[in-house]
Design a protein around this ligand. Structure first.
Ligand code: COA
Length: 259
């Protein structure tokens, strides 16, 4: 039903694939709309536990915004396009379930912005990641200047944004931009394995823990600690908490129900 993406549901895992391989999965406005619709379906499906995002073909996750659309972008369109993308990518970040970006190749511009909106990133050894916007005379507009420094620190983000040059997967790993680097044909497998590990954990504890970790990047330490305490208290009221602790004490595997 989508033209630019594919959404597959495999048990508790949703796999969303950017699917314009002949254009290196460059994201145009139609792709953003489809991504938004897919996220709505994902949010409505309470059986899902993890979302994986990846790119079709061997070469790219997403090689940036569609340059043909950028060519026609004036000041007014620049404002509306970035606000729209920011909202949709933030929707990924704020899903109740965690997301994993499986970076199978070029991850540039808006591609890196999407990857950084995911909870975790796994990269192919061949992947290259960058914010090349300045090379086109523009600045990143969908989170690149905001999420990158939060992940890698101001100095490293500054170098990537001001040079526009991509970093290798190995360098991305060294600076904390990706969680794991694997052989090119193992990216999806590794993402699925990580997704399965998380899917086996109790749903509400995962939802609250993800929310608490993101809070670490917002506001003061005091606010973060207060939010953490509140979410911990909520997790203490779940049935899965009773089961998790009982199972440990009884030396057996827990049977989580998601409540
Ligand atoms: N928007 C639209 N089309 C794009 C694109 C983008 N961001 N990135 C790649 N494509 C298209 C190319 O135009 C080409 O299409 P064509 O075969 O119809 O000419 C096709 O995808 C393959 O790309 P090509 O450049 O031939 O591949 P390559 O392996 O030689 O180079 C890159 C790969 C990623 C280095 C190069 O495609 C590139 O620099 N892309 C633009 C990256 C960018 O600046 N993105 C940020 C925008 S903010």
């Amino acid at each position: 039903m989508f033209e630019n993406i594919i959404l597959e549901i495999q048990g508790p895992i949703a796999i969303l694939t950017f699917n314009r391989p002949d254009k290196l999965n460059a994201v145009n406005a139609a792709t953003v709309d489809e991504l938004d619709q897919a996220l709505e379906q994902i949010e409505a499906n309470q059986d899902l536990r993890v979302l994986i995002l990846t790119g079709a073909g061997q070469k790219a996750f997403v090689a940036g915004a569609d340059i043909h659309e950028l060519d026609k972008r004036d000041t007014i369109k620049g404002r509306s396009a970035t606000r729209r993308r920011q909202a949709v990518y933030t929707r990924i970040e704020q899903l109740e379930i965690p997301s994993i970006a499986a970076l199978n190749g070029w991850t540039l511009g808006t591609g890196l912005e999407i990857a950084m909106s995911c909870s975790m990133r796994i990269a192919s050894q061949k992947a290259k990641l960058g914010q090349p916007e300045v090379k086109l005379g523009i600045t990143p507009g969908a989170g690149g200047t905001q999420r990158l420094p939060r992940l890698v620190g101001v100095g490293r983000a500054m170098e990537m944004v001001l040079t526009g040059d991509p970093v290798t997967a190995e360098r991305a790993m060294a600076i904390g931009l990706v969680n794991r680097v694997v052989e090119p044909d193992k990216v999806l497998e590794e993402a699925r394995s990580l997704a399965e590990t998380i899917a086996a954990r109790p749903r509400l504890a995962i939802q609250y823990a993800k929310d608490a970790v993101y809070q670490a990047c917002e506001g003061s330490l005091a606010e973060g600690l207060a939010h953490e305490s509140y979410l911990h208290a909520l997790s203490c009221g779940t049935e899965d908490k009773q089961e998790g602790i009982k199972a440990f004490l009884e030396k057996r595997d827990p049977k989580f129900t998601g409540r």
